[in-house]
Design a protein around this ligand. Structure first.
Ligand SMILES: *[C@@H]1O[C@H](CO)[C@@H](O)[C@H](O)[C@H]1NC(C)=O
Ligand SMILES: *[C@@H]1O[C@H](CO)[C@@H](O)[C@H](O)[C@H]1NC(C)=O
Length: 359
């Protein structure tokens, strides 16, 4: 009898748990933030930016981020378009690392390595909409996600918060926070929007001018895994300390850019400039600053025949990504700034985008 009552109790709990969890608060939707000339749409699938509309130098608006027409396309997406990637963005060599004497084996999802958190990373889960306010001087949305101990092989429970806020003068602030609840764990979150400030359907970004405030890069092996060496950009096609047209320098590379820059301005939680992008034709300017130690510059080399918004097909170099983050594979390189987060000392990461136009 006691057994039966217990079973009944358990069943009721399980059913009510389902009802509160997946059905109501975790419904997937689109949320709009609008202020002045700028409007941003997001979905809680992957805490993703799905559109960002801005005027050009003549006042004509365009959507300047790649994306899809339906949420279902985001669920089947392979290039991580617009999403938050984690628990550890970028690559982890050999899909493993040792932390305090324990070897952790991760899910490999790019050859024998782990990319962007594994097979089901933070870009492939439903986030909770914790707060949403599309009014007032600073419209915002806050997404949260609880990552479980052992998820994709990572240690410990992790509570993650990402907020998107529109502030003065066409600025978008993105704040990421992650709290280790019981074990130390590597954390490295990145925002994976594909930018084409000429318009998502304007072709490619090769004529964009870019300036990147990093005088060093982390060198890679043929699998794109860091060797641990840090090299100067001086005299290489990676030197964007002064603004240059992307296509002019890219000719010297076989495939385009997919590299982490060590940002000048040092470590610490002060915002420092990361990059400036300028599209002459539309006159749009994107300025990015961050408190992260690095920025991955990616010229969407592997985009190929991706059917995007309005039926437009995205091909290689249709956009660029500026993923501020810790250094890739830092868990396996003691000379890189540590990405280990311990209980009691949360991870924080901010990106500040400033949009403008010039003639
Ligand atoms: C953004 O979302 C709103 C509300 O769902 C919708 O009306 C609008 O068309 C969307 N904007 C873009 C550019 O997709
Ligand atoms: C490493 O392990 C030791 C012994 O178990 C423990 O005292 C220490 O807190 C651990 N450090 C981290 C960063 O987990």
């Amino acid at each position: 009898m006691a057994k039966l009552a217990l079973l009944l109790c358990f069943l009721i709990l399980a059913v009510s748990g389902l009802a509160n969890g997946s059905a109501t608060e975790h419904k997937v939707g689109i949320f709009e933030l609008k202020k002045g000339d700028i409007s941003v749409n997001l979905t809680n699938w992957g805490a993703t930016i799905t559109s960002l509309v801005l005027p050009d130098k003549h006042g004509k608006p365009a959507d300047v981020v790649l994306g899809y027409d339906s949420i279902k396309d985001y669920m089947n997406d392979k290039p991580y378009i617009g999403a938050i990637v984690g628990r550890v963005a970028n690559r982890i060599g050999g899909a493993q690392f040792t932390l305090n004497g324990t070897l952790y084996k991760l899910i490999a999802n790019e050859g024998k390595n782990t990319l962007h958190g594994g097979k089901i990373g933070f870009s492939d889960v439903v986030w909770k909409v914790a707060r949403y306010h599309n009014k007032g001087p600073a419209p915002y949305i806050v997404f949260t996600y609880h990552s479980s101990d052992g998820e994709q092989g990572f240690p410990g429970d992790l509570q993650v918060t990402v907020s998107y806020t529109l502030i003065e003068d066409n600025q978008l602030s993105i704040k990421m926070k992650a709290t280790a609840l019981n074990k130390p764990t590597p954390v490295n979150l990145a925002q994976h929007t594909y930018w084409n400030i000429g318009g998502h359907n304007s072709g490619d970004i090769l004529s964009n001018e870019i300036q990147i405030f990093g005088s060093h890069i982390t060198l890679l092996d043929s699998d794109l895994i860091p060797t641990g060496k840090i090299a100067s950009v001086k005299g290489t096609p990676y030197d964007f300390l002064k603004p240059h047209v992307i296509g002019s320098k890219m000719k010297k590379l076989s495939n385009g850019y997919d590299i982490n820059y060590v940002l000048d301005g040092g470590l610490g939680d002060k915002l420092k400039p990361a990059a400036v992008v300028y599209d002459k034709k539309s006159g749009r300017v994107l300025e990015l600053s961050t408190d992260a130690p690095g920025v991955q510059f990616y010229t969407s080399n592997s985009l190929k025949n991706v059917k995007g918004k309005g039926g437009f097909v995205y091909e290689p170099h249709a956009a660029l990504c500026l993923e501020t983050q810790g250094f890739p594979d830092a868990v396996n390189h003691p000379n890189f700034p540590s990405t280990i987060v311990s209980p009691g000392k949360p991870y924080r990461h901010q990106m500040l985008f400033k949009f403008s136009t010039k003639a």
